[in-house]
Write a protein that binds this ligand. Structure first.
Ligand code: AHR
Length: 657
C-alpha cells in the first residue's frame, strides 16, 4: 500500500489539495453496536439456460440433439448413406431415433456425425464415456472422434467398435482417452456390418465431471460457482420460466426422471438474433430440477426455484389469450405444490419418492419458491394471489418470492411493490440492468425501504456500460460500490444475484455475463471477482458506520467513496469494504470504536481490486489480468491510517485478538 504521507507532504509544500481533503475520510466503525444479522443468502447465483449456459455449458453432455428431438430431428447431425428417422422408440416422451441400414456395398458407408455445441472439446489424456441405446443383434458400429479442421482434412483422433448383442433396445458404453487437446472435434458413428441398427440417445460425457457424476456437470464451471461461496441459487431463469409461449414454458416435471425420457423443450433464447442459425437452441433438460437442487446443495446454497405463474413471456405475448385464464390455474398451482413435495416430501409421497428413486432420499430442504419471473400489470397479482393462498395453506413455512417487474423503478415497479405488500409475499424480486451512472447513484437505494414490508431479492442485476467493454473493470467497480448499500441494508435485502451467470463465447445472446467459457476454458470476469470478494467477506452482523461524522450516503459516494462494515463471527473479524469510485487516491482513516480494553486490532490484511485501465477485462486468453491482491496492514490503537488508490475496491480485515 502507498502511504498516507503524500497528503502531509502536499500540505507542507503548499500544493493544492486533492478532492479528498474536503474531508479526511474518517470511517468510524461501531464495533460494540452490531446491527442486523446478515442473511446467509445475501450473495448467490442466478442461473438460466441463456447463452448456452446449460446444454453446451454447465451440463457436460458433448452431443447436441442426442435424442433427435429437436424440431428438425437431424439438426446437429450430418447423416450419410441410408439413415431414416423413426418415432416409435423406447422412450415415450422422446420417441425419435435413427435407423442405419447397410448401403448395399462394403465400400460405401451409412453413418452420422455430430458437431457438438460449437465443436466438441477434448483434453489430452482425459477420458470420455460414449453411450448409446441400440438394437441390432450381431451388428457392429464404429465410433470415432474426428479432428476435421486442424490438418486440412479429417483425421481420426480415436476409434472404438461396439458390438450389438441383442435384438431389443439395450444401452452400450465405451470409453475413449483422447491423445490430443482439441476445441472443436466431431463424433462420427457408422455401420460396420451388413444389417440394420437403430440408435437412440447418443451421448458423450467427460468422465471427469463435477463429483464424477455420470449425468454430470462441467467441473471448471461448477468450481467457478462454488468459489464465490454463494448462499442462494436461483433457477431455472429468467425468461425461460415463461417460455416464448405457454407451450414452451419451463415445465419442471419434464426435467426429472430418467434423462432418456425427459422431453426436449425449445429454448426461448434462440429467437434473440435474426442472424443466428435457427432453430437450434433447445433444452434437453439433462440438467433438470434434480441436478439443479443437487448443485445448490453441493454449493451450500439455498435452492430458489421459480415456477411459471400462468403467464407466458409478456415481452413476446400481448394478447390475453396467450396466458392461462385466472380461473384455470389449478394445474399450474399444483405444479408448484408438487415441486415443494419433490424437494421436501417424504419418500412415501409421489414426488418425494421420485426424488428418492433419482438417488436423493434426503429432502433438499427447499425454503423459498418464486412465482413468476419478470411479470407486470394487474394480470400478475391476479394470478399470484391464488398461488400465495395455496402455498401458504399447504406449506406455511416456505417463503414466497414475487416480482416487481422488469425495471428498477417506474410505472410497473410502483404498481407492483404495493401489490406485493398487499399479497404479503415474503420477498420481492427486483431487476436492474443499468448503466454506470445508475449504479453510481444507487448506493443508497435501500436506505429508506420499508422495514416492515417484504424483503428484497435483487434477483437480476449487472452494470451495463455505455460505449465501453461489457465485462470491463469499471462496471465491476460500480457493482462493488452498489453492493456496499446492499450490505448496509442487510436487514431489508435478503438476497442479491448478478445476471446472467454463464455465456459461451460462440453462442451468447446477452452480455455482460459473470463467467465466459469456450469448449475447453473458462474465465471469471471482473464482476465475478466482486461477487466472490463479497461472498467471502459477507460477515454475520452489519456494523454501524459513519464517514466524516455523517451517515454513509452511498449516493455518488462521499468524495466518491462507498463503504460498509461487518462483524464476522466465525473468523472473529471486523471487515470493512471501501470502494473509491473517484479518479484520485483518497486518504482513509478507519477508526474501530467501542473495542473492549482487552481487545487489540493490529495486524490485518487489505485486499484490493483495481485496474489502471477501466475498460480492461479478463479474457479466455488472459484470464488473470485483473485479480485481487492481498497485502498486510497495521493498525494502531484500533485506528488504521491508510490510503485507497483511485478506482479501487478495498477490503480491510482485522481478526480480533
Ligand atoms: O438475464 C437475462 C434476462 O433478463 C432474464 O431472462 C430476464 O428475467 C431478464 O429480462
Amino acid at each position: 500500500m502507498k502511504s498516507f504521507g503524500y497528503l502531509l507532504t502536499a500540505l507542507a509544500l503548499g500544493g493544492s489539495l486533492p478532492l479528498s481533503a474536503q474531508g479526511v475520510n474518517e470511517l468510524v466503525i461501531q464495533t460494540n453496536k452490531p446491527g442486523a444479522a446478515i442473511p446467509s443468502t445475501l450473495y448467490g447465483h442466478f442461473f438460466e439456460d441463456i447463452n448456452f449456459g446449460a446444454d453446451g455449458g454447465l451440463y457436460a453432455e458433448l452431443i447436441k440433439n442426442r435424442s433427435f428431438e429437436f424440431a428438425q430431428p437431424l439438426m446437429g447431425w450430418e447423416a450419410f448413406g441410408h439413415i431414416t428417422v423413426k418415432d416409435d422408440g423406447p422412450f415415450e416422451r422422446c420417441p425419435h431415433y435413427v435407423r442405419m441400414e447397410y448401403p448395399g456395398h462394403d465400400e460405401k458407408r451409412t453413418g452420422l456425425e455430430n458437431g457438438g455445441f460449437f465443436g466438441i472439446g477434448l483434453k489430452k489424456d482425459a477420458t470420455y464415456r460414449f453411450s448409446v441405446w441400440a438394437r441390432g443383434e450381431g451388428q457392429k458400429i464404429r465410433v470415432q472422434l474426428i479432428d476435421k479442421y486442424t490438418h486440412g482434412s479429417s483425421q481420426v483422433i480415436a476409434t472404438q467398435d461396439v458390438k450389438l448383442d441383442q435384438a431389443d433396445w439395450k444401452k452400450y458404453e465405451v470409453t475413449f482417452t483422447s491423445p490430443v487437446t482439441i476445441e472443436k472435434a466431431h463424433l462420427r458413428i457408422f455401420l460396420k456390418s451388413k444389417g440394420t441398427v437403430d440408435l437412440e440417445h447418443i451421448s458423450l460425457f467427460p468422465t471427469d465431471t463435477w463429483k464424477g457424476r455420470e449425468n454430470g456437470l462441467r467441473k471448471d464451471l461448477v468450481q467457478a460457482l462454488v468459489d464465490t461461496k454463494p448462499g442462494i441459487f436461483r433457477f431455472p431463469g429468467g425468461c425461460i420460466v415463461e417460455g416464448t409461449d405457454l407451450a414452451t414454458r419451463y415445465n419442471w416435471k419434464n426435467s426429472v426422471g430418467p434423462v432418456e425420457n425427459r422431453p426436449t423443450n425449445e429454448n426461448r433464447w434462440h429467437y434473440t438474433f435474426e442472424h443466428h442459425f435457427f432453430p437450434d437452441y433447445f433444452q434437453s433438460y439433462g440438467m433438470g430440477f434434480f441436478e439443479l437442487f443437487q448443485l445448490a446443495e453441493d454449493m451450500g446454497a439455498e435452492p430458489l426455484p421459480i415456477v411459471n405463474c400462468g403467464l407466458s413471456c409478456q415481452y413476446q405475448n400481448h394478447d390475453e389469450k396467450a396466458h392461462v385464464p385466472v380461473d384455470q390455474l389449478d394445474g399450474y398451482i399444483q405444479d408448484a405444490l408438487d415441486l415443494i413435495e419433490f424437494a421436501n416430501g417424504e419418500v412415501t409421497t409421489t414426488w418425494g419418492k421420485l426424488r428418492a428413486d433419482m438417488g436423493h432420499p434426503e429432502p433438499f430442504h427447499l425454503k423459498y419458491i418464486g412465482v413468476g419471473n419478470e411479470q407486470w400489470g394487474p394480470e400478475y397479482p391476479a394470478r399470484l394471489e391464488q398461488f400465495v393462498t395455496a402455498i401458504r395453506k399447504a406449506h406455511p413455512g416456505v417463503k414466497i418470492v414475487g416480482s416487481s417487474g422488469p425495471n428498477s423503478e417506474g410505472k410497473d415497479f410502483d404498481y407492483l411493490w404495493p401489490e406485493m405488500k398487499r399479497l404479503k409475499v415474503d420477498l420481492v424480486d427486483e431487476h436492474f440492468y443499468r448503466p454506470e451512472t445508475w449504479f453510481l447513484q444507487s448506493g443508497n437505494r435501500y436506505d429508506n425501504y420499508d422495514r416492515k414490508g417484504p424483503k428484497v431479492f435483487a434477483g437480476e442485476y449487472a452494470c451495463h456500460g455505455k460505449g465501453k467493454g461489457w465485462n470491463h473493470f469499471e462496471a465491476a467497480l460500480l457493482e462493488a460500490a452498489f453492493l456496499t448499500g446492499v450490505e448496509r441494508n442487510a436487514d431489508v435485502v435478503e438476497m442479491a444475484t448478478y445476471a446472467p451467470l454463464l455465456a459461451h463465447v460462440d453462442g451468447w445472446q446477452w452480455r455482460p455475463d459473470l463467467i465466459w467459457f469456450d469448449n475447453l476454458r473458462s474465465v471469471r470476469s471482473c464482476s465475478w471477482y466482486v461477487q466472490s470478494l463479497y461472498g467471502h467477506n459477507k460477515g454475520t452482523r452489519v456494523l454501524p458506520l459513519t464517514m466524516d461524522k455523517k451517515a454513509v450516503a452511498g449516493n455518488e459516494g462521499q468524495n466518491g467513496l462507498f463503504a460498509s462494515a461487518v462483524w464476522d463471527e466465525p473468523s472473529q473479524s471486523y471487515i470493512v469494504k471501501v470502494v473509491n469510485t473517484s479518479a484520485e487516491a483518497q486518504p482513509l482513516v478507519l477508526t474501530f470504536q467501542g473495542l473492549k480494553k482487552n481487545v487489540t486490532l493490529a495486524e490485518g490484511t487489505v485486499t484490493t481490486f483495481h485496474s489502471d485501465n477501466l475498460d480492461a477485462e479478463n479474457t479466455l486468453d488472459a484470464p488473470f489480468s485483473i485479480v485481487p491482491q492481498e497485502a498486510a496492514i497495521q493498525a494502531e490503537g484500533g485506528v488504521l491510517t491508510t490510503e485507497i488508490g483511485e478506482k479501487t475496491f478495498a477490503i480491510y480485515k482485522f481478526v480480533k485478538k
